[in-house]
Design a protein around this ligand. Structure first.
Ligand SMILES: Cc1ncc(COP(=O)(O)O)c(C=O)c1O
Length: 446
């Protein structure tokens, strides 16, 4: 292994390095979430995390980090947040699941509808974003009697394409006949959707998209999508798994005043406890229920679909959003971080080489090489140098627990990492990265 002396505090990663082959031998991919994978972190700097409190986490070797991904964006308040954990413990002591629904299922659904305040009528809980987005599609197909689904080609990943290298589509195991049922349109391009409706008249069951990624909707794009859907008898679904309770307490749909037919929430709903929600119009949602004379949709049914303590976590989390200025804090902390990093970018002449994107509550970064091409070696270098300095930063995602002091310390450490980045641009990046460059995470469609 090549080593570089960067003058950073000496952190030891021995236990994590030894653990890596052992966990990969038993667990395919070495973990349970794609974005946490070994191929997403610098080869010798991929720590295994044993605990967290607020925005601080600790690895197997005892190294402490400030985290800027916050449990894949699920933890908005902070790790092991006392008020949420208290609600969870109290509910756990009353039992977790029973063979009949519990009143808390209604109370949590009512609180969610009231918090979203966007005219939705019914709720069905699941555990993951994938559960509820899949359920939204199934319901739309049953409701319309159609099979094709239109998804936004610019999402779920980057709409600032020139900064990122796309990975190849990971669709092994999906039959071609299933793939053929998905068609694509582009974000902020209503004409691309109009063309799909012309090409597949009366055949599109649903249009699903994230309301906003790095680039906001322009010229009432979301309203235009809704109008096109309704003119064509198609269900309009907004996926707020990321934006919900982060961009705005009512999601982007409230921020932009657009009501979808169905919508999904997940991350940020319960501060890291496993719960997601499909929310929407009674007319469509009721097909998953008992009170109609149509064929019933087997909508969402999981053994753990409504674990009471996770519902308690969601209720406690929503109450905090309602009572405290959580979302404003996310924007303020993100603004401070962005300002500090942009100052370093300027001072080190890194404009165009290291870029920040998206709303302050949800900042992503991109890395380019000296030819201004998106670069995984430079992403690897940044991750490596920030991890060495006590920052776990695959993104710049902040939480309610990030204090001014945390951000100031972070900005200092990022400056040091960017000094190395500058040197690597001036010399050769391979001199500075230890091990193999990481793989692209962001899938691009061809
Ligand atoms: C926009 C969006 N929708 C759905 C999902 C799937 O959510 P989950 O990983 O909880 O199944 C994700 C996951 O990151 C997402 O970003």
């Amino acid at each position: 292994m090549k080593t570089t002396n960067t003058g950073t505090e000496r952190r030891i990663f021995r236990k994590s390095r030894e653990f890596k082959p052992i966990i990969n031998n038993i667990i395919p991919g070495g973990g349970h979430t794609y974005a946490k994978g070994d191929d997403q972190f610098a080869e010798f700097y991929a720590p295994y995390i044993v605990k967290g409190k607020g925005c601080h986490i600790w690895d197997m070797d005892g190294n402490e980090y400030i985290e800027y991904a916050m449990g894949l964006r699920a933890v908005t308040l902070g790790h092991a947040y006392d008020a949420v954990n208290k609600a969870v413990f109290e509910q756990m002591n009353e039992g977790t699941i029973f063979n009949r629904p519990s009143p808390i299922e209604l109370y949590c659904a009512e609180l969610l509808l009231d918090t979203l305040n966007n005219g939705h009528e019914m709720v069905k809980f699941g555990k993951n974003g994938s559960d509820v987005t899949t359920a939204a599609i199934k319901l739309s197909r049953a409701y319309t009697g159609r099979d094709i689904v239109a998804i936004c080609k610019s999402h779920p990943f980057f709409s600032v394409d020139d900064w990122f290298i796309g990975s190849t589509a990971m669709d092994a195991g999906i039959p071609q006949t299933t793939k053929d049922l998905t068609v694509h349109f582009y974000y902020n391009d209503p004409q691309s959707l109009e063309e799909l409706f012309k090409k597949y008249p009366g055949q599109i069951a649903a249009v699903i998209l994230e309301p906003e990624k790095e680039i906001p909707p322009k010229d009432n794009f979301l309203h235009k999508v809704k109008e096109l859907c309704h003119t064509n008898g198609t269900v309009f679904i907004i996926d707020e798994i990321i934006s919900g309770f982060r961009y705005h307490i009512g999601g982007c749909q409230k921020m932009y005043n657009v009501q979808p037919d169905l919508t999904t929430f997940g991350k940020a709903l319960a501060n890291g406890y496993s719960i997601a929600a499909l929310v929407g119009k009674r007319e469509i949602m009721k097909l998953g229920g008992l009170e109609h004379n149509k064929e019933r949709v087997f909508l969402l049914s999981n053994t753990y679909g409504s674990e009471n303590h996770h519902l308690a976590a969601a209720m406690a989390t929503m109450k905090i959003y309602r009572e405290e200025n959580v979302i404003q804090h996310l924007y303020d902390a993100g603004d401070m971080l962005r300002a500090g990093v942009e100052k370093s970018i300027k001072e080190l002449n890194l404009e165009g080489f290291f870029g920040l994107f998206g709303k302050s509550c949800c900042i992503m970064y991109g890395t380019k090489d000296r030819d201004l091409q998106p670069s995984q070696p430079f992403r690897t270098l940044f991750l490596q140098e920030t991890i060495k300095r006590g920052l776990l930063m695959p993104s710049f995602i902040v939480s309610y627990s990030h204090t001014q002091h945390d951000i100031e310390k972070t900005v200092e450490k990022i400056h040091e990492a960017l000094v190395i980045y500058r040197k690597a641009l001036d010399e050769d990046v391979s001199k500075y990265i230890e091990g193999a460059p990481i793989k692209p995470v962001f899938r691009k469609f061809n």
